[in-house]
Ligand binder design. Sequence first.
Ligand code: NIG
Ligand code: FE
Length: 413
Amino acid sequence: MKSLLITNIAQLVQVEQTPRDAVRGADMAQLPIMEHCYLLAQGDKIKAFGPMSEAPATADSVIDAQGGMVLPSYCDGHTHIVYAGSREHEFIDKIRGLSYEEIAKRGGGILNSAKRLHETSEDELYQQSEARIYEMISYGTGACEIKSGYGLTTEDELKMLRVIKRLKENTPMTIKATFLGAHAVPAPYKGRQGEYVDLICNEMIPAVAAEGLAEYIDVFCDEGFFTCEETARMLKVGAEYGLLPKIHANELAVSGGVQVGVEHNAVSVDHLERMTEVEIEVLRQSSTIPTALPGTSFFLNLPFTPVKEMMAAGLPVALATDYNPGSTPSGNMKFVLSLACIKMRMLPAEAINATTINGAAALGLSASHGSICVGKQANFYITKPISSVDYIPYAYTQNIISRVVLNGEEVTL
Ligand code: NIG
Ligand code: FE
């Protein structure tokens, strides 16, 4: 197995002796940092780290960090990056005053992307999605979740999930796949939403499971989309086929989605722009990871998720991009960090915990990703020399990354 040694690291950030499943509440303000270090990878795993004075003399390859920092790669637990084309004309509609719901009602939004995806070949879709993966890697992300949900027919949902499978096999990103047939009601089922839910339960979920194409199931449980009853039904069938829930909840209204997710042991409930104390209490009694998507609030001018209240209640908050063509055309986790600090008043340390260990938890990857820990995946990035970790969200448009290592190998940026 090949070894890779990183020398002269000014600060090694988010080090752990034993992996934690998540970082909760007040603990999120703590970020373990080691000064003047080396880091050794062997094969695709982290083998050792410690003071520079104890660094091994040599390795198969050596990278001099030149006084930069090393941080674990971001874990982005919520994306929709398999899509065709883009939707900037809806961006103009939004600037002119239409809301996300109004655009969706006119057949824009998700249905617009579904039409484009249907007309795009699987290979073309793969090429476009692969480019987004490498874009995310260049911003420091090493693991992500990708959802289907722009197919909305059995055939096109499978097409999306097969693209995700190819991305898993052919790129250095660690990827989890989520089946999101219940993203919107497709045009032919307008007025017959129940029948579309039947199709998901009776045909789509079994077909996805038969090909082993997804780990998770998602439902857009919100006002104007799917009800709590419909969500419960789909999650129940999903569970019968081994799909764990990761759901869209409380983006547009206090939808009851948090409760349905928790009742069905969701790995995460995501968005949460509209929360009350009731939802926070329900989450406190669960192991579900609440995931905030501040890029969406920023882009759609929605309220920001009340993460301070959630952390005060002891919750392990995660952050993700929601990278998609409609509500967040950005896969930049560093910008998410900045938004979390600037708009949601998270401390940099809290935001870094939310994008690393808690992001990994939202992906079901806390044993292998999200920190610098012996035995974990060797996924990290080296920064240019910077004054402190707080500088990362502070310098909110500056690219501070100099090199990226995934699975123990440097990725050419
Ligand atoms: O997470 N809320 C639902 N789905 C996406 C948006 C998808 C789209 O507009 O294409 C989201 O924001
Ligand atoms: Fe989303």
